[in-house]
Design a protein around this ligand. Structure first.
Ligand code: UDX
Length: 423
């Protein structure tokens, strides 16, 4: 099949290269010339394990352009993969989805063949039919589900394992209305072996939000139980080992610690809260999920103060700045509120991360960055573990005060004084 991908960011590039590997021809579109050049030279615009190798392997099957017209005219299916950031009040900002829809509509006005538009960006239920559809219809003068196909197909890719997730999904959700679009999308996904759920469009949109909200809830729940366990002297990791053995519950995503970050969970849960409120529903659980998550990183500072009551002028090491290991992404990283709190306490900070220092420096140019994790250990009065990078399992923590937000076993065994946030 011939596929165009609008928005060559994280979701777009992984999805497009995945489709190329499945023998499709792919044209990427992006407004950023730099990204277009990178893709055309076979280089990924973001770091993701295994992506560069797949780009090299499939070089003949894709290219990138800034020209919507060229991409849409020469393909049969267009995936909209642009970002859906948050506005100040937490609600979803649809400006990129709207501008992509306008551009697609303008091209479709001149296209004779049936074309399918698939929204892959995470959008609040109702967006595809109430925002994307009218824009494309107005600009093209055509009718959705008759003159062109429209569908919603959420992504469930995790950063760091996105390529693997593309080829081995737990499920594929296809939200459609017209039969023609349904059968073409089923054909496209035929090579991937997993349950495929066909729903209406709004349901597909909601499945994505409900999935992310549930996973975020699992983490905040584990953290709340962990906070209680900490006070009782119980190891929450043993508790959830026992809890997870119940097949109705499942052991994944119960790692208690300093909470979730990243580009999806915080933004999506907040957007769902705003939408619920707009509808006159009070989302009590979702609000509590965010509240627990915002309080959780500060527990690290409370525990640190237990051992060093007056932090002013002390040198505190921060190990890990990325929102999770194996990425340079610092969006909503728990390191941000932790560093802010340390600065308020008048602390001198020395921080290290294997990949995320350059990104973090842009936010916090005033703190010191170490060239290695060993350097942080050597130069600090106490160490906070914020991201569970593998290499932190190899450090020598002997003689140190360590407050751990992510459970690094070696620190647990070796540190002179060790405090786990929930254990
Ligand atoms: C997530 C979803 O998993 C994915 O399906 C969706 O499409 C995009 O959002 P991602 O943001 O890449 O993926 O990260 P994920 O691995 O899910 O972790 C998110 C955050 O939760 C991280 O900050 C991580 O440290 C934290 N986390 C995860 C926990 O604190 N405990 C856990 O048990 C699991």
């Amino acid at each position: 099949m011939k596929i165009s991908i609008i928005g060559s960011g994280y979701v777009g590039i992984v999805t497009g290269i995945g489709f190329a590997e499945l023998n499709n021809e792919v044209i990427f579109v992006d407004v950023d010339e730099n990204k277009v050049d990178l893709i055309n030279s076979g280089k990924p615009p973001i770091y993701e394990k295994g992506l560069e190798e797949l780009m090299q392997k499939n070089k003949e099957r894709y290219y990138a352009t800034m020209d919507y017209d060229e991409a849409i005219m020469n393909t049969e299916v267009t995936f909209v993969c642009v970002g859906t950031p948050s506005k100040e009040d937490g609600s979803i900002d649809l400006k990129y989805v709207e501008s992509a829809s306008k551009a697609i509509g303008k091209v479709l006005a001149n296209k004779k063949d049936f074309h399918i538009v698939v929204v892959k960006s995470t959008v609040i239920p109702g967006t595809t039919e109430d925002v994307v559809k009218p824009i494309i219809e107005k600009k093209s003068g055509k009718k959705a589900f008759e003159d062109f196909g429209l569908a919603m197909n959420p992504e469930f890719l995790r950063e760091g394992s996105a390529v693997n997730d593309f080829f081995n999904p737990d499920r594929i959700v296809i939200g459609v209305k017209d039969e023609r679009t349904k059968s073409i999308l089923e054909e496209l996904y035929k090579p991937l072996n997993c349950p495929k759920l066909v729903t209406d469009i709004k349901t597909a949109e909601m499945i994505k939000y409900a999935s992310n909200a549930f996973l975020a809830t699992k983490i905040s729940f584990a953290n709340e139980i962990g906070n209680i366990c900490k006070k009782l002297g119980i190891d929450v990791y043993n508790v959830f080992k026992g809890v997870g053995l119940d097949h109705r519950i499942n052991p994944a995503f119960f790692k208690a610690g300093i909470g979730f970050g990243g580009s999806c969970f915080p933004k999506d849960v907040k957007a769902l809260i705003r939408k619920a409120e707009e509808l006159g529903e009070e989302p009590k659980i979702l609000k509590a999920v965010i509240e627990v998550n915002e309080r959780q990183p500060l527990k690290l500072i409370e525990l640190l103060k237990k051992h060093i009551p007056n932090l002013r002028g002390k040198k505190i090491g921060v190990l890990g700045l990325a929102f999770k290991p194996d990425t340079d992404d610092i969006r909503e990283s728990r390191a941000i509120p932790i560093v802010e709190a340390l600065l308020r306490e008048g602390v001198e900070i020395i921080a290290y991360d294997p990949k995320a220092i350059d990104n973090f420096r842009k936010l916090f140019p005033q703190i010191e960055y170490a060239s290695s994790a060993e350097d942080v250990i050597a130069k600090s009065d106490a160490v906070l573990i914020v991201t569970e990078w593998n290499e932190f399992e190899k450090l020598n923590y002997n003689g140190k005060i360590v407050v751990d937000g992510r459970r690094v076993e070696k620190a647990m065994r070796e540190a002179k004084i060790y405090e786990g946030v929930c254990w």
